[in-house]
Each structure stands twice: as structure tokens, then as C-alpha cells.
Write a protein that binds this ligand. Structure first.
Ligand SMILES: Cc1cc2nc3c(=O)[nH]c(=O)nc-3n(C[C@H](O)[C@H](O)[C@H](O)COP(=O)(O)OP(=O)(O)OC[C@H]3O[C@@H](n4cnc5c(N)ncnc54)[C@H](O)[C@@H]3O)c2cc1C
Length: 318
């Protein structure tokens, strides 16, 4: 990473209204903790005219919990999220996922909003400018071809945020503010299976909070990564287990294998034949994912690992 920061204007709004005004300026881009975006700026992957720094907006930093649910501001840091006792008690998958993002110093400034809106990643994209130039760039930025799937017509970069699946199994909604006011969207509907166009944010919009209903049951999060102390998920899985009148029902969400986090279609409840049930669960996860050559780790290994992690975690929650 040898490149210098590009020139930009820095806007530092202190209210949401000021932020919306700042985001309406041409080629404006949000910066929250900056732990991912700063790297991208240095690599020449983004050159916004204006950076809108959200760190002075106190309205984004609140975490409120009551019997009707929990609201986590987009500016809450992952360190605060990982150490919040209410979140740990009701939504353990979120606590576990937050604690596994990057390293401790990243988590001190990295935010929930930045994690949920994290750019997709690929071996051919997260590289220096000279590396990408010598490869004729790629479909995601400045090029015409996806080097991972050259015959396809979309970018295969992988969504690799840890928190999205953990919030998705708890039925999170996102609060979004923009030029047309405030709207809400289910987090599971916020993402698209397209590495170059992976979130449903219109120009000038920003995420203000995630809103969670009361939990249906216990949950957990597991991931595999190259460097155990600090790394993106090669594959990550969140599971929530709910006791229903028909038996135990599992909600499963995945990250790291596709261009968006995905929910697994799991119609069955845990039967009196647990071995058959967990074998089916393993198969359902393998069928749901489509890992590509976006990392140095083989797609097939990531497929098998995520399915094994899902089945193991579901068993642990019983
Ligand atoms: C060495 C290293 C290891 C890492 N490991 C992991 C990991 O294990 N797991 C993981 O998930 N991430 C990892 N990351 C990426 C990053 O640190 C985290 O995802 C972090 O949570 C990003 O949050 P941030 O506030 O720093 O976002 P920023 O870098 O400020 O922003 C990230 C993106 O989100 C957008 N954005 C930020 N806030 C909002 C908002 N409120 N509304 C709309 N858009 C917004 C920005 O415009 C930008 O596109 C790693 C990064 C590094 C450098």
C-alpha cells in the first residue's frame, strides 16, 4: 500500500440534518471509523470529492434496550457493542460477531454502520493501484471483466462483514435517512447478490440505526479466517435457535461466501433423529452458498467449512 491519500474536502456535521445536507454535495462519501475506507483511499479504490465524517453526530451513538426490543445507533463502536451486557444477554450472536471483527484497535473506532455497509472484497480488487492496473483493472472498479468469473456479467466480490448475519438471524431492520426522509428496511432485504452494487442505499442516504425485536431464542456466531487474531471471515455463520410447539427451529445466516450475506432456507424443525437433521442442515448450507475464487483459500474448503460450522453451532445451541 504505497499510495498517498487523494485530495478531498472534509465535512464534519454534528446533526443528522447537517449530514444529509453534506451528503447531497457531488461525489460525497461517508466515513465513520474509517478502518476500511481509509485503506481503500490509500489503494486508489475511491476518490470522493468530499468525505462526510459521522464521528461528531451524537445521535448515532446511542444503544437503547427495552422489553419491546433494542435500537443500536450506526455510530456505536464495535468495542462498545461487544461489551454491552444487554446485547450479550439477548443477542449473543451479535456480541460474538462484534468481538471477532478485525483487531482490538480497529474495534475501538469501527462502527456498526460501517460494518453493515462494508464494501465487498476480492483478490483482484483489494490491491494497490499499480497491481490492478497491470491486470487491466476489474469489473468492480475501472475495468470490464470479472477476473473471478470472466464469462459472467456481474462482479463476484464477496461480502465479508461479520455483523450482518448476526443481526439478520435476529430479524433486524435498518433505519435509513436521506433527502426523502426516513425509511426502514429489513436488513436481509438491504443486500444484493452483486459485488459491485451490493447494498440498497440511494444517493445521499445513510444508515442511522439497526432495530431488533426481542430475541426468539439463544444465538451464536462462528467464522474461519486466515489470521486468527485479525481477519475478515473466509466464511461466517450466525444461528438462532427458537423453541416452537413443533420442536426446535433454526434461523441461519451466512457471510463471506457470496456477494451478499444470505439466509438459509431451513423449513424443518429438529426431529427425534438429530443426526439426520444436522446432516440435512449441513447439506442445506452447502447448497445455499456459492464461494468463488475471491480469496487465496479454495472455494470448496469454504463451502465445507461453513456447513460444518453451521451444524456444529446449531448442535451447541440445543
Ligand atoms: C486489517 C483489517 C482487518 C479487518 N477485519 C475485519 C473482520 O474480521 N470483519 C469485518 O467485518 N471487517 C473487518 N475489517 C473491515 C472494517 O474494519 C470493519 O468492517 C469495520 O466495522 C468498518 O467500520 P468503519 O466504521 O470503520 O467503516 P468505514 O471504513 O468508515 O466505512 C466503511 C464503508 O461503510 C460506509 N458507511 C460507514 N458508515 C455508514 C453509514 N452510517 N451509512 C451508510 N454508509 C456508511 C462508508 O462510506 C464505507 O463505504 C477489517 C479491516 C482491516 C483494515
Amino acid at each position: 500500500m504505497s499510495e498517498v491519500m487523494p485530495d478531498f474536502q472534509l465535512a464534519r456535521p454534528t446533526t443528522l440534518d447537517e449530514a444529509v445536507v453534506a451528503l447531497a454535495t457531488p461525489e460525497a462519501r461517508i466515513i465513520a471509523g474509517g478502518t476500511d475506507l481509509n485503506v481503500q483511499l490509500r489503494m486508489g479504490l475511491a476518490a470522493p470529492a468530499t468525505l462526510v465524517d459521522l464521528s461528531l453526530i451524537s445521535a448515532l451513538k446511542t444503544l437503547e434496550s427495552s422489553t419491546s426490543g433494542t435500537r443500536i445507533g450506526a455510530g456505536v463502536t464495535l468495542a462498545d457493542l461487544a461489551s454491552d451486557e444487554r446485547v450479550a444477554a439477548y443477542y449473543p450472536a451479535i456480541t460474538e460477531a462484534a468481538a471477532l471483527v478485525a483487531g482490538p484497535t480497529h474495534r475501538e473506532v469501527a462502527t456498526l454502520g460501517g460494518n453493515l455497509c462494508l464494501d465487498t472484497r476480492c483478490l483482484y480488487y483489494n490491491q494497490s493501484h499499480w497491481w490492478r492496473k497491470s491486470n487491466d483493472y476489474c469489473l468492480k472498479y475501472q475495468g470490464d471483466i470479472c477476473h473471478v468469473a470472466p464469462k459472467g456479467n456481474r462482479c463476484r466480490a464477496a461480502y465479508s462483514g461479520d455483523l450482518a448475519p448476526a443481526l439478520m438471524v435476529h430479524d433486524a431492520r435498518l433505519e435509513i435517512i436521506g433527502p426523502d426522509g426516513i425509511r426502514q428496511v429489513m436488513l436481509a432485504d438491504f443486500y444484493r447478490e452483486d459485488g459491485a452494487d451490493y447494498i440498497d442505499l440511494k444517493p445521499g442516504e445513510m444508515v442511522t440505526a439497526a432495530v431488533l425485536p426481542p430475541p426468539k431464542g439463544p444465538s451464536g456466531y462462528r467464522k474461519i479466517r486466515v489470521r486468527g487474531a485479525v481477519d475478515f471471515p473466509l466464511a461466517g455463520v450466525a444461528v438462532e435457535a427458537e423453541e416452537t410447539k413443533d420442536g426446535k427451529r433454526f434461523t441461519i445466516a451466512l457471510t463471506g461466501t457470496n456477494s451478499c450475506p444470505i439466509m438459509v432456507d431451513m423449513p424443518d424443525v429438529l426431529t427425534d433423529d438429530p443426526n439426520a437433521f444436522f446432516a440435512n442442515l449441513n447439506k442445506a448450507v452447502q447448497k445455499a452458498v456459492s464461494p468463488q475464487r475471491t480469496t487465496t483459500i479454495a472455494p470448496h474448503y469454504r463451502r465445507l467449512s461453513i456447513a460444518a460450522m453451521a451444524a456444529r453451532l446449531a448442535r451447541e445451541l440445543v
